[in-house]
Design a protein around this ligand. Structure first.
Ligand SMILES: CC(=O)SCCNC(=O)CCNC(=O)[C@H](O)C(C)(C)COP(=O)(O)OP(=O)(O)OC[C@H]1O[C@@H](n2cnc3c(N)ncnc32)[C@H](O)[C@@H]1OP(=O)(O)O
Ligand SMILES: O=C([O-])CC(=O)C(=O)O
Length: 374
């Protein structure tokens, strides 16, 4: 883009190279390190995918066993973090808790040299569910939980800390699949924020903290909570249809629909929708899933728009008994794997990311000192 102005919001601009994933490339859909998302979501585990993203190759069986063990050993909160989490208000948005918790960890366990980057990535991956649920249980139920469980997977660990018991196979599997779907997405806004921060030679925690703050907004990761808020407004599909038509008439955005890169469909949607349908059947649900499906039909008919990953993940998480304000933090718990891979990739071939702006302000003019102004 030399000379001209990039499209608004950098739409359509290629801003760098990556070997981590492809998004919306013709014939390639969504791949992590060359593997199709459909195969990963069906056949792999989240830990396997995190390893693939962070280390650049699939683990052997022995490596995966060792990696799971390593992550399990990193779940305990540092003592210094507990008072910080306890001091935060109970009515904070949990994304603010994630952002502050990550930043505080950067003070408690700072990155002194680059060789630590793999350890820090794994520590964040292992610790984020503990951090979030320690704060949540302390403020919402008045208890100080132990954050190391015997659960093998992050999904099982999260549900165990949330519900206080080991989850069943289906909830564990669905949450695991959703984490695989959330793990990585090329130069999404939060990842780009992490790369910009990294490009100044800043530390790992600063890059992840910037990414968390960027994910929080409803045009990005915050859309999953906003989608649930929309779906919950309605009691049945006809009401949802009328409500969505009225919102569109008002030029409101329907969260969980559309995408900057995908033009016809988000390949992750079919996978999460299928899991959501299964959970609805298990729960004997007769309204959440039909309402969501009606909204999908209306959005296709009225706007030609399709659901992105954030839409059906919302009712799926509801069926898993996850409070709505923990949806975007769960996105963090997974995406930190992708962010970590991008931070490392940026560091390996770094140049300061610093574009230019087209100036549209006033022409040069004389400055009038304050005492001479009216
Ligand atoms: C995991 C993720 O982060 S996926 C993204 C999650 N975010 C959301 O679901 C938020 C809702 N979706 C959106 O706001 C957008 O589709 C985005 C932000 C994802 C992509 O945005 P952009 O590529 O900038 O598209 P933009 O916002 O310009 O939309 C293009 C047109 O489609 C419309 N449109 C796009 N998405 C929506 C939507 N969800 N609801 C209603 N209209 C929409 C816009 O109003 C605009 O219409 P216009 O040309 O008549 O003004
Ligand atoms: O790629 C994007 O812009 C947003 C997205 O779907 C993701 O981060 O998963």
């Amino acid at each position: 883009m030399s000379g001209g102005t990039a499209g608004s919001g950098l739409a359509g601009v290629t801003a760098g190279k990556t070997a981590i994933s492809t998004v919306g490339k013709e014939g390639k859909g969504l791949t992590y390190r060359g593997y199709a998302i459909e195969m990963l979501a069906e056949r792999a585990s989240f830990e396997e995918v995190a390893y693939l993203l962070i280390y650049g190759q699939s683990p052997s069986r022995a490596q995966l066993t060792e990696y799971r063990e390593q992550l399990r050993s990193l779940r305990r909160l540092p003592e210094g973090l507990k008072p910080v989490l306890e001091a935060l208000p109970g009515n904070s948005h949990p994304m603010d808790v994630m952002r502050t918790g990550c930043s505080a960890l950067g003070c408690l366990e700072p990155e002194i040299n680059r060789d630590q980057q793999w350890d820090i990535a794994n520590r964040l991956l292992a610790l984020f569910p503990s951090l979030l649920l320690y704060w949540y249980q302390f403020h919402h139920h008045g208890i100080r939980i132990e954050t190391d469980t015997e659960e093998e997977s992050l999904a099982g660990h999260f549900l165990n800390l949330l519900h206080g018991e080991s989850p069943g196979a289906i909830p564990r599997r669905v949450l695991d699949a959703s984490l695989i779907l959330y793990a990585e997405h090329e130069f999404a806004a939060s990842t780009f924020a992490a790369r910009v921060t990294t490009s100044t030679l800043s530390d790992f925690y600063s890059a992840v903290t910037a990414a968390i703050g960027t994910l929080r907004g409803t045009l990005h990761g915050g859309a999953n909570e906003a989608a649930m808020a929309l779906i919950e407004r309605f009691q049945e599909p006809d009401e949802a249809e009328q409500g969505v038509l009225a919102a569109l008439e008002n030029k409101e955005k329907i969260m969980g629909f559309g995408h900057r890169v995908y033009k016809e469909a988000d390949p992750r949607n079919a996978i999460i929708k299928d899991w959501c349908r299964q959970l609805a059947e298990r729960a004997g649900d007769s309204y959440l899933f039909p309402i969501a499906e009606r909204i999908e039909v209306v959005m296709k008919r009225e706007k030609g728009l399709f659901p992105n990953l954030d839409f059906y993940i919302a009712p799926a998480y509801r069926f898993l008994g996850i409070p709505v304000h923990l949806y975007t933090p769960l996105f963090v718990c997974s995406r930190v794997a992708g962010w970590a891979a991008h931070i490392m990739e940026q560091r390996a071939d770094n140049r300061l990311i610093r574009p230019m702006a087209n100036y549209i302000g006033p022409e040069p003019r004389d400055f009038v000192p304050i005492e001479q102004r009216g």
